[in-house]
Design a protein around this ligand. Sequence first.
Ligand code: PLP
Length: 390
Amino acid sequence: MKDKISTTVREIVPSVIREMSLRAMAYDSVISLGIGEPDFDTPAEICREALQDALAGHTHYTPSRGDEELVEALLEYIKKNRKIELSHAQLTVTHGGMGGLIAGLRAILDPGEEVILIEPHFPSYRAQVIFAGGTPVLAATSFQDRFVVRPERVARAISPRTKAIIINSPNNPTGCVIPGDVLDELARIAVQNDLMVISDEVYDRLIFEGPGESIFTRPGMAERTMVVNSFSKAFAMTGWRIGYCYGPEWLINEVMKVATYFTSCPSNVGQRAALAALRTDREQFERMAQEFKDRCTFAYDRLREMPGVKVHPPSGSFYLFPNLEKVTDDTTQFALGLLDREQIVVIPGDAFGPSGKPCIRISCTVERDLLGKALDRIERFLDSYGERSS
Ligand code: PLP
């Protein structure tokens, strides 16, 4: 009966991240550094507010754009935090960041049009471009460049069929933050070639140095950029499934049309929780961001002392992406062995694109004691592997 499934869907393989987590269920003292979600629960006051709102009747469909109070609060939040002033018609609430990405891609792509993905990249981009009828085209980065994209590589990937570029800063899986001058150059390329940009900024509150910059603010970009953001990572709200996106009104209208036909509206009670998150004391989220930074620094300091491991200091997100080329040329086998022998989950780097092949992704999403234990076990496993002679 498998032939009843569309070829497009059949050809997309399940996510390696989920696969690793499923495998891990067979073991009993696993420490997972595999999944990209904050280990913090959503603060209780946010849950209470959402519950009260549900009891008060926020249990119906909301307008397609989103709960009116949430839309207003988001416009204020973006003005204050990103210094971007938007009209009401330029923003819509979505079903997580994922909802914005897929609706945005579906809204802009005609069959066969190409979307440039800077790799290593969040694996869902590839599947989403394909599901939206497009063709992903990769622009590689390298460990030597700290995974900062060279704009000329993006320029070289452009063809007459290119419709858009997806950029992601801070990046999942590398933690790379794209510097301002590179954003300037990417913007120039997008304008010159009349391309759309989808800027995935879901980790924007997890930048370790300086303020986060957005390509949206570059000359000529407000009319061709859709910013995707989410409550998942910054507010420890992955399970509520609330995100938002903004861009030019003509685009957001179509994104809303797609999202409405697909899902009607995001969860009402989830949106009330998001509203509560925007109204609550910001300090707790700043503490959370600081904790991710401290854990990443701690893990970086440990990893760089391990034989055969090369790693860059973290710039944002909660990921580290150490390079193990001196240890193995097969990081998938390495990750499987590490799970089997030491019960640690990490994600092999080629799950995120060919440039990630020598690397593994480590999510610093367990508390520090546990992270320390996980790193001890990684070190022990590395010792048993030995350094490859090169
Ligand atoms: N974008 C990136 C880069 C991510 O890493 C994720 C989740 O891991 C998402 C988007 C989707 O986040 P959500 O749909 O939970 O908002």
